[in-house]
Ligand binder design. Structure first.
Ligand code: CTP
Length: 405
């Protein structure tokens, strides 16, 4: 694998020599990208000898090969060790003033950072804010460890040992393939129930969580049938490019029902992430409803839509796993769990991902927070990006006891 190791200017840089050696020994092609400051601690000759590749800090070397972008785009993993407070701040702001900054902006590979700094700098709200920002973008943070620091102080701020960083790197480079050759059906987005040719009843679902569930499954080797209702712009872009994901677009709950019945036939796992309208207008006017046709008031008669999840559970084939989502408003965790338990019992799914939603929580945001519930109780809690919640879902599916239906 192609691994870029960014090194910023901290004394822990000497330990990164051991990290680079471990990665090279494990058979990876390793390119070291130090910052100018890092070279004050460990020089170019050491990095070149240990990585067996030329080392540069400048974006102006090898311009003909567009090296400044090539490293980032070719990388399967980018590690920054040590990551100083300054480098973390630049990463969080997206500053690309040197080769490391450009590489970090150009890459779509996983990024692993191992912070190292004095405790006071680590605990400063600015650094903590930057770490939170980086985590929300999917950056993996390892450490810092607690212990003696350079200068005689002690506390959190030590870079974790190179062996531990190498192990975390290997885990990121060898994604789980536990869904290899499995067929997975996922629904996402919101449904729209027409009132007349120009109006509908809808909801605020962005479709992002379901898209991430599909992408995470595909990354683990599954063939994915993704049934998407209405989603925000760009949400399906990555899934549409993925060779193992087939997308079917739908609009109403009835369309979604039909599509999911088809998609779940022969599927090993079915995940209903879509926000389905529970009701639809009793009649759909084929003319636009006009104010002047009324008396200043309006009444809407609604009829219930079928519960798609209940129907899929009722028709499940032996061995099939079914996962539901529950978006709940709740005053606290206890109420959230109780609502989740009741919904799981009612729906009969193997797993229910219970989300807390609010006016400003859950919908439309890149982050999510969820409890993973089975009939035996909570089996996990996920907090982070929607991709992290998706991976936690697949971990929980993999850990389900053998099927008895
Ligand atoms: N769901 C479904 N068909 C519906 C409504 C919901 O398949 N008509 C699915 C959703 O995709 C989700 C789960 O059921 O996986 C729970 O959805 P949620 O809206 O939380 O629950 P409801 O069953 O609608 O119950 P309520 O709104 O009363 O909480």
């Amino acid at each position: 694998m192609f691994v870029v190791v960014g090194v910023s200017g901290g004394i822990a840089a000497y330990k990164t020599v051991t990290l680079v050696r471990a990665l090279v020994t494990n058979g990876h092609e390793v390119h070291v990208v130090p910052t100018e400051d890092a070279l004050r601690f460990v020089g170019t000759a050491t990095w070149e000898a240990i990585s067996r590749h030329p080392v540069t800090t400048s974006v102006h070397d090898d311009v003909a090969e567009v090296r400044h972008v090539a490293l980032g785009t070719r990388a399967d993993l980018v590690i920054v060790a040590p990551a100083t407070a300054n480098t973390l701040a630049k990463m969080s702001a997206g500053i690309a003033g040197d080769l490391l900054g450009v590489t970090l902006l150009a890459t779509t590979a996983p990024v692993l950072v191992a912070p190292a700094m004095h405790t006071a700098m680590w605990e400063h709200p600015a650094t903590q804010h930057n770490i939170t920002t980086l985590r929300s973008r999917g950056v993996q943070v390892i450490g810092p460890a607690d212990g003696p620091l350079t200068g005689g102080d002690s506390g959190p701020g030590r870079m974790v040992e190179p062996e531990e960083i190498a192990a975390a790197a290997e885990a990121l480079l060898a994604p789980r393939r536990d869904l290899a050759d499995r067929i997975v059906a996922v629904s996402t987005g919101g449904t729209r129930e027409p009132l007349d040719p120009v109006r509908f009843l809808g909801n605020r679902s962005s479709g992002r969580q379901g898209a991430e569930v599909a992408l995470a499954a595909a990354a683990r080797g599954a063939r994915v049938r993704l049934v998407a209702g209405h989603v925000d712009d760009g949400v399906l872009a990555a899934a549409a490019q993925h060779p193992s994901i087939e997308i079917t677009r739908v609009s109403t709950a009835a369309d979604l029902h039909e599509a999911m019945r088809g998609a779940s036939a022969g599927a090993d796992v079915v995940v209903m992430v879509a926000a389905v309208a529970d009701f639809r207008p009793q009649t759909v006017s084929d003319q636009k409803l006009r104010k002047e046709d009324g008396d200043g008031t309006a009444t809407l008669s609604l009829v219930a839509n079928p519960d798609i999840l209940l129907d899929l559970v009722a028709h499940r084939v032996p061995g099939q796993r079914i996962v539901g989502f529950a978006a709940e408003t709740a005053a606290d965790d206890a109420e959230l769990l109780e609502r989740g338990r009741r919904k799981l019992a009612r729906k009969g799914t193997d797993l229910l991902v219970v989300n807390r939603v609010d006016w400003d929580r859950g919908f439309e945001s890149p982050d999510n927070e969820a409890v993973l519930l089975t009939a035996d109780g909570p089996v996990g809690r996920a907090r982070g990006t929607k991709r992290e919640v998706a991976d936690a879902l697949w971990d929980a599916v993999a850990a389900l006891p053998p099927v008895d239906h």
